[in-house]
Design a protein around this ligand. Structure first.
Ligand SMILES: Nc1ncnc2c1ncn2[C@@H]1O[C@H](COP(=O)(O)OP(=O)(O)O)[C@@H](O)[C@H]1O
Ligand SMILES: [Mg+2]
Length: 484
């Protein structure tokens, strides 16, 4: 399966946004965790210093009443709290406290486990005894050698002063796991936002991809239709690049068609004119010879006939080229359809053709119909399909003309009793210069008639069709004029 540009864009968009959202969320979570740790450390510094200050005040004669201090601390640690911090409820201080002397030996421990141990090498005690800020992050339970982040605790120490000397160190311990609920809570929020963000941008991406693929699809459809020679109008696309492209294609099409058109015109002109020109030349040469006046008359007549033929062809081509360049009607008027048909049938050449071939014209017009059209053009459209019917129907047959009305159109139908349009010609009949031999004479027309009719009808927002009759011999040509 080949992926369309829209799908590819969407996939690319999906991958990019999801990784951005993922990376940013991850980084934000890391920052939040760190931020919470830092804030907690800040508070622990205050706590340890406050406790150290209070304990320092208890020192008398260079000795600390450890029992008294221990009591004080354990009462503090046992305080019952019921602090609702957003979603987390804090029940008690949840700290451990130990105190060392100047040598780093633990003289008090709120848990009792550390008492008597030498802590002088732990950073918190060591650095504080040196007069610096002492802290460490290590296992909450000293027996665990390689603690995970949840098993760690923060140790923050403060010096206990007595008479401006460092008397000992007080360390406050808080397990990292205590901070976890806050982190989890924030994480939940951040992830929620991330999902919203992701969904919104995905929706946007889908919209953008759809717009792009719709534009390309329209263009592809348009160019495919053009390449098949179909008569399509350039699609309307809002996206500026696509609409420019579409206009460029349209311009190219018009240019190319124009060039093709001129070529075709010149070719047929040359081709069609060759016969009469050669004829005129030969006849004119003959006229140099001595001959009777009746012979001369015949030759001159031949020249005039050839001349008429040339005139006709030139006029038709000019008419067609004039109308092909038009894009709107000029003198639209109300036309009585009955009158229109009468006018067409009464033109002298047509009348004589009908008579010559013994054709019977039958026409039924239910009632008075009017159309809005440019009179000359409507006449020419009808003339052309009537002429075709006269050409293709057998001698002594009937052509029937019917006028009817649908909801939207007035339809003028011309039916003959000829052989109809052969299958192979069906797609070509509206092309310029397509013409088939007339069954009677074997002669061809110039193949401009139906093309002209089609152009006239499209200028009128109408339609022309040519179909074979159902279950009967003959073709039926229909002109549909819209009712406005
Ligand atoms: N009434 C008809 N019956 C059969 N074929 C028709 C009829 N009208 C038109 N056609 C077909 O359509 C072709 C094109 O018609 P048209 O454009 O009028 O050119 P032309 O009349 O010069 O041949 C005809 O050559 C013929 O093949
Ligand atoms: Mg014709």
């Amino acid at each position: 399966m080949k992926l369309t540009i829209g799908v590819k864009l969407f996939i690319a968009y999906f991958v990019i946004t999801s990784s951005i959202v993922w990376i940013v969320t991850d980084k934000v979570l890391l920052r939040v965790t760190k931020g919470i740790d830092e804030a907690a450390e800040d508070v622990m510094i205050d706590t340890s210093n406050l406790l150290a200050q209070i304990i320092g005040g208890d020192i008398k004669n260079n000795t600390l009443d450890v029992d008294h201090a221990g009591n004080l601390i354990s009462t503090y640690l046992d305080r019952e709290l019921n602090a609702d911090i957003y979603s987390v409820t804090k029940k008690n201080p949840n700290l451990q406290v130990y105190i060392t002397n100047q040598d780093g030996i633990v003289i008090y421990d709120s848990t009792g486990i550390r008492k008597g141990k030498d802590y002088s090498q732990w950073n918190d005690v060591h650095d504080t005894l040196q007069g610096k800020y002492g802290r460490r992050s290590s296992a909450f339970n000293p027996d665990i050698a390689n603690p995970s982040s949840d098993q760690k605790a923060m140790y923050v120490a403060a010096p206990i002063y007595h008479q401006n000397e460092i008397f000992g160190v007080l360390t406050v311990v808080k397990p990292t796991a205590d901070l976890k609920p806050y982190i989890i809570e924030q994480k939940k929020h951040i992830e929620e936002y991330a999902i919203y963000l992701f969904l919104i941008s995905l929706l946007f991406g889908a919209g953008a991809s759809y717009a792009v693929s719709r534009g390309t699809r329209k263009l592809v459809k348009y160019t495919t239709a053009l390449s098949k020679g179909e008569n399509v109008i350039a699609p309307k696309i809002r996206q500026i690049e696509f609409s420019e492209l579409s206009q460029a294609i349209e311009k190219l099409r018009v240019d190319l068609e124009g060039r093709e058109y001129v070529e075709e015109y010149i070719n047929t002109m040359a081709h069609e004119l060759r016969t009469p020109i050669t004829g005129i030349k030969a006849t004119a040469e003959n006229l140099f010879m001595p001959m009777s006046s009746s012979q001369r008359e015949r030759f001159v007549n031949n020249i005039l006939k050839a001349n008429t033929k040339m005139e006709l062809l030139v006029n038709r081509l000019l008419n067609l080229s004039r109308i092909e360049r038009r894009d709107q009607l000029e003198n639209v008027e109300k036309i009585n359809v009955k009158e229109l048909i009468k006018d067409v049938l009464q033109s002298p050449t047509r009348k004589s053709n009908i008579a010559r071939r013994g054709i019977n014209i039958e026409y039924s017009v239910e009632r008075e119909f009017t159309i809005k059209a440019e009179k000359l053009l409507a006449e020419q459209a009808l003339s052309n399909i009537v002429d075709n019917a006269i050409d293709f129907t057998p001698v002594n047959s009937t052509i029937s003309i019917k006028v009817s009305e649908s909801n939207t159109h007035v339809n003028i139908q011309v039916q003959d009793q000829g052989v109809g349009v052969p299958e192979h010609a069906r797609r070509q009949i509206f092309r310029r210069f397509f013409s088939s031999a007339r069954p009677d004479t074997g002669k061809q027309g110039n193949g401009l008639g139906l093309r002209f009719v089609k152009k006239i009808m499209s200028l009128h927002n109408g339609k022309v069709s040519l179909r074979n009759r159902f279950m009967e011999d003959g073709a039926v040509a229909t002109l549909k004029f819209p009712i406005r």
